[in-house]
Design a protein around this ligand. Structure first.
Ligand SMILES: [Zn+2]
Length: 680
């Protein structure tokens, strides 16, 4: 635990443009620095860093935050790791703070899971070379699969003896508790059979989960052992071929890619990632010199796994077996990959071959040649495979057209979409215009759905939806009930705040000028002039609360609510609250409003046009914005009144509505007059 004072010193010392400048090439532009966003693929810079506010924001993908948020996202650091990194960069000594008992407990529990996993990995790896059975069974298996000792060591492979509790006993002797062994799943505990009264032993029975299996440790991005995948060697029919660690506090299979730790620098260097099916495929490819290879461990590909790849490259090539199960798995992956904005290609191996068997049969040069010459674009691949099943059935062909268009609609890039449409039109023998108009419909539907989702669950943008409603574009012919598929999410590049202009502007004033003091002079009873001072935040909150007005946009409303709550507690609201708020959508929205003013003035400055800054006429701007905001509210009420008038049921109700309408129209007139006075 780093104490608060040290954290403050680190944050004071850290200069965001220097830190980000270590990772991104930045150019000074006006008050800001700009560069190409490291979080999405772009050619023209839309990534802004504001030294004065200590924040960054990408206007392309919406990524935003402070210096710590940048390091967490870019370097995959935890919060303390980011602070330690900054402390080192700025030569600040870290004073550790005593942890509370609860913190200690939680910390030590996680630590214990990490420890025992590392301990187990070392033990299994040791048995592989230094135990008679380990060598005879485990090592000879790996050698028979053509793996070299070098790659076996690089991937930390091992062997768990085929005895009931060899590992568990060894771990206990080394001081590891049953609780920890159970949580990591290394040991399985069974309650004693209570119906069996003759049994004298009432203790829980325990045995090694991975007994008699060769062991593939699964590493985190930073190289910590998180769990294991164990392959059975005996020919017992009941035994599952692969057994994986159960999910625990440190191991979550849908957020881990097998081999990423060993592959990550090769992925970054080649700007490409090969995705294969099995652990052995990863290792075999690695040994053949194709080191940029990963596999999803024991699950179908998930959105979280795709995002892990995306940190290093947007280019994925999916390698699948030529059998029908392999093709189905490849088809399942396509929509998810596209929805995350990845550029997807596919290599299909000849029937009966996988990357491992191919490498073994033909050697590494032939494998590399095969990969280089058999890459296909994924839309073409999918269309071809589906077309094979259609033959001459017009109804199924129409379905296929729809299915293909839905997939293409997920591609975020317009040019890429257009290219795919023209290829598919040719392949399916359908007029290009017909496909294009279907595509436009599908794209619009996705957009509407995204807006609706955002409106319904503001702030949950980074959490996979748990709902099991399946979008039409997600239905693939072989949807597996057990697969972990998150809702495909809107590509972040289409993220644009949708709030009405007056709402946005009012929030912008709150965030940027909320603490500015305004002074009003009004005649007092005794004939003198009275001076009243208040902040912009106080003015906005009291004015809107007096009329019980609220924002239609949920993000605007959240920000406004924060200002109301803080002021009602007698505290001073602070816009920087939103720079580090957990809610990603809220943070991104707030920061974009905080930076927008800079961006506008930068543009003007570049064109040598003088514009008065907002500060120069803050009072006028505030009055005008509040009036526009109110006008928006009144207009909404008038529209609502008109809607109710259309379905009116009795005279009494009609009279009431007409009276209300008259009042509303009068109010609108007054606001309109006031607005003119302000504007003129
Ligand atoms: Zn970006």
């Amino acid at each position: 635990m780093i104490d608060q004072e040290t954290i403050q010193r680190i944050m004071d010392a850290a200069r965001i443009e220097e830190v980000i400048g270590d990772f991104v090439s930045l150019k000074k532009r006006g008050a800001n620095h700009i560069g190409c966003c490291p979080f999405h693929n772009e050619k023209t810079p839309s990534f802004y860093v504001s030294p004065s506010k200590g924040i960054f924001k990408c206007f392309g993908c919406g990524e935003a935050g402070d210096v710590v948020a940048f390091l967490k996202k870019h370097e995959h650091f935890t919060y303390p790791e980011a602070l330690r990194w900054l402390a080192q960069k700025y030569n600040i000594e870290i004073r550790e703070e005593e942890q509370t008992e609860e913190q200690k407990e939680r910390q030590s529990e996680r630590d214990a899971l990490f420890h025992v996993s590392e301990f187990a990995q070392k033990y299994f790896a040791d048995l592989l070379y230094n135990d008679e059975m380990g060598r005879a069974v485990g090592l000879s298996y790996f050698h028979s699969r053509g793996l070299s000792d070098e790659v076996i060591k690089n991937f930390g492979l091992g062997y768990c003896l085929d005895e009931w509790s060899n590992f568990t006993d060894y771990a206990r002797r080394n001081g590891y508790s049953d609780a920890v062994l159970e949580k990591t799943g290394l040991t399985i505990f069974k309650e004693p059979d209570s119906s069996d009264k003759s049994s004298a032993d009432h203790r829980r029975k325990s045995y090694d989960r991975f007994r008699g299996r060769v062991m593939f440790p699964i590493y985190s991005i930073s190289g910590r052992v998180l769990g294991f995948s164990g392959r059975v060697l005996s020919s017992e029919k009941q035994a599952a071929k692969y057994v994986n660690s159960p999910d625990s506090d440190i191991y979550n299979k849908s957020r881990i890619l097998y081999g990423l730790y060993q592959a990550r620098s090769a992925i970054a260097k080649t700007n490409k990632c090969y995705l294969v099916e099995g652990n052995i495929d990863v290792i075999s490819m690695h040994q053949s010199g194709v080191e940029n290879t990963v596999a999803s461990c024991g699950t179908s590909l998930t959105t979280e796994q795709i995002r892990l790849i995306k940190r290093y490259t947007p280019n994925v090539t999916v390698l699948y077996d030529g059998d029908s199960a392999g093709i189905k798995a490849a088809l399942r992956a396509v929509n998810l990959l596209f929805a995350e904005g990845m550029h997807v290609r596919v290599v299909l191996f000849p029937d009966g071959e996988d990357p491992d068997s191919y490498a073994q049969k033909y050697g590494s040069t032939k494998l590399q040649d095969y990969l280089a010459t058999h890459e296909d674009n994924f839309v073409m691949f999918k269309t071809r495979v589906l077309l094979d099943g259609v033959k001459n059935d017009p109804i199924r062909k129409a379905e296929l057209v729809k299915e293909t268009v839905n997939t293409i609609a997920l591609v975020p890039d317009l040019l890429e979409r257009t290219e795919y449409i023209s290829q598919c039109a040719h392949l399916l023998d359908v007029p290009e215009e017909a496909l294009a108009s279907e595509l436009a419909k599908a794209v619009n539907q996705n957009r509407l759905k995204a807006i609706e989702e955002r409106a319904n669950q503001p702030g949950s943008a980074d959490q996979p939806s748990s709902s099991d409603t399946t979008s039409p574009t997600q239905q693939t012919p072989s949807a597996d009930k057990h697969e972990t598929v998150s809702q495909p999410q809107t590509p972040t590049s289409t993220y644009l705040p949708q709030a009405p202009a007056a709402e946005r502007h009012l929030i912008q004033l709150l965030l940027n000028y909320g603490d500015h003091t305004l002074t009003q002079y009004s005649p007092a009873d005794d004939g003198t002039t009275q001076e009243i001072s208040f902040t912009v935040a106080q003015a906005v909150v009291s004015d809107l609360q007096a009329d019980e007005l609220s924002f239609s946009d949920p993000l605007c409303q959240k920000i406004f609510t924060y200002y109301c709550d803080t002021l009602s507690r007698g505290e001073a609201p602070d816009a920087s609250h939103f720079i580090s708020v957990d809610d990603e959508a809220l943070r991104s929205f707030a920061i974009s409003l905080m930076l927008d003013t800079f961006r506008i003035s930068d543009t003007w400055r570049a064109k040598q046009i003088f514009v008065p800054t907002l500060e120069d006429n803050l009072q006028e701007d505030l009055n005008e914005t509040i009036l526009s905001f109110k006008l928006g509210c009144i207009n909404a009420r008038i529209a609502d009144n008109a809607r109710r008038l259309r379905s009116v049921e009795n005279d009494e109700e009609m009279m009431g509505l007409l009276t209300e309408k008259k009042q509303l129209v009068e109010l609108r007139h007054q606001i309109g007059m006031a607005l003119h006075r302000v504007i003129d």
